[in-house]
Design a protein around this ligand. Structure first.
Ligand SMILES: [Zn+2]
Length: 452
């Protein structure tokens, strides 16, 4: 973890050394330095919270924040982007993403060259940003290096809220070992997936505590465990509950000691209820939940981070057994959204794309598919301000303190200029290459199709 990106840490060291540090900092890539001010003129604002657009407005971005929003003209020494009455909205947020696992196959993710896989992930990160997703919450995978490279401006990509390695049990979801890897000796050699930091097997509260703390030490903004079976793992039936309550609680204590929270992968009522009993704050998926479990989530204020899985082809990059499990999950999608609405659950949007670049290109289309259950305005609010509220659960571990998912004075400047009104026509977000004319992240323009 480089201290160079935190100028405050320079103070208190001898002046000579400080000047060396400062000159090193000056040679850091562009994004770490200040971008010029940008003035959006004549835009109608979808602010991420309200379905109605603003009157024609002007928005001044300075450094990485929205400095001023006004219906009256703003005069400033700034790059002017004339919106021509188009819609300015917050950058999109995907609350369940796996930056390292989108493009490789399951086999190449585990056995491929690490350098190649990191470059592959960097290419995908640039594409993710160009789809208008300016922030992702990474729910498992060795993303710390990618995140640092993006934050340092070496490569383009979204803000990453990393979980680091998924923590699982022997045979659980995320245990990608083969039978030939058994038996494991506690304290023995790590397997390839563990050395990569993709997932860690833990079979006691002590092991869970150790692995959770290791992720926090590396910069995890939240900790991810798998409380039940999953689609993509070879020895993990969907109905199975994995961690015991004391095991889950060990991770919760470790996370809470760092001011953050645990999210668990859980489809079934048992795995969800056990997670809640252990202090877990966010349930990932939940597609096989029942009415009583949804009511419990509402009573306890537990987040539901779920995905519009409508088609078993989402598992097209996987084998026949996994595709069969995907079909079971898909049957629960209408149920989980109906329960989320019935009990007004705090619901986040994510896509959970794995092992398919083609599916990743449908990230915006997956968001638009929420209109099966929600209005377009509700859909866009979920993928902006509501998802940002979930990101805020990471408290002092939030890697990007500041307001995300809104267009407000003082908020972080992650903005999209849309060629049309996505509240009238949500299909616009299905074709970001054409319809997102400007993409800004952290005050920096990454795309601008408007004539200069
Ligand atoms: Zn996932």
């Amino acid at each position: 973890m480089s201290g160079l990106r935190k100028p405050a840490e320079v103070f208190g060291i001898p002046a000579v050394l400080a000047s060396i540090v400062m000159s090193l900092a000056a040679s850091l890539p562009a994004q770490a330095q200040q971008s010029p001010a940008v003035l959006f003129q004549n835009v109608r604002i979808f602010d991420g919270k309200n379905g109605a657009l603003s009157a024609p407005s002007n928005v001044l971005v300075r450094n990485n924040k929205i400095e001023r929003i006004s219906a009256a003209a703003i005069t400033a020494d700034a790059q002017v982007i004339n919106g021509g009455g188009r819609v300015l909205m917050p950058g999109l947020i995907d609350a369940h993403w796996h930056a390292m696992l989108v493009r490789p196959t399951p086999v190449s993710a585990l056995t491929g060259d690490i350098g190649y896989n990191n470059i592959l992930a960097a290419a995908e990160a640039a594409s993710t940003l160009m789809r208008g997703f300016t922030t992702i919450r990474d729910m498992g995978g060795p993303t710390f290096g990618l995140k640092q490279a993006i934050d340092d401006g070496l490569v383009a990509g979204p803000r990453i809220y990393p979980s680091g390695a998924v923590i699982t049990v022997t045979s659980g979801h995320g245990d990608f070992r083969q039978l030939s890897d058994l038996p494991r000796t506690i304290g023995g050699m790590l397997t390839r997936m563990e050395k990569l930091g993709a997932s860690m097997v833990a079979d006691s509260p002590d092991e869970v505590r150790l692995r959770a703390r290791e992720q926090l030490m590396q910069g995890a903004s939240q900790v991810k465990l798998t409380a039940g079976g999953g689609v993509a793992s070879p020895f993990s039936p969907l109905d199975v509950s994995t961690f015991t309550e004391p095991e889950l609680r060990a991770a919760v204590e470790a996370a809470e000691n760092w001011g953050t929270y645990v999210a668990t992968h859980a489809y079934t009522p048992v795995s969800i209820q056990r997670s809640i009993a252990a202090g877990v704050k966010c349930i990932e998926h939940g597609h096989l939940m029942d009415d009583a479990t949804a009511r419990l989530m509402a009573e306890k204020g537990i987040w539901l981070s779920t995905q519009p899985f409508l088609d078993a082809s989402l598992a097209s990059g996987m084998g026949p057994a996994e595709q069969d499990k995907m079909r079971q999950v898909v049957t629960g999608t209408d149920t989980v959204y109906a329960l989320a609405k019935k009990y007004r659950l705090k619901t986040a949007f994510g896509t959970d794309v794995l092992f398919s670049q083609a599916l990743a290109e449908r990230q915006g289309a997956m968001l638009a598919s929420l209109t099966r259950w929600y209005t377009p305005a509700e859909t866009l609010i979920m993928a902006t301000s509501t998802n940002a509220e979930l990101l805020g659960l990471s408290g002092p571990r939030n890697p990007y303190p500041g307001r995300l998912g809104v267009v407000e004075e003082g908020a972080l400047a992650d903005l999209l200029l849309v060629d049309g009104n996505p509240i009238d026509n949500i299909k616009l977000i299905e074709d970001p290459a054409k319809n997102f004319l400007v993409i800004m992240k952290n005050g920096k323009v990454y795309k601008n199709l408007l004539p200069r």
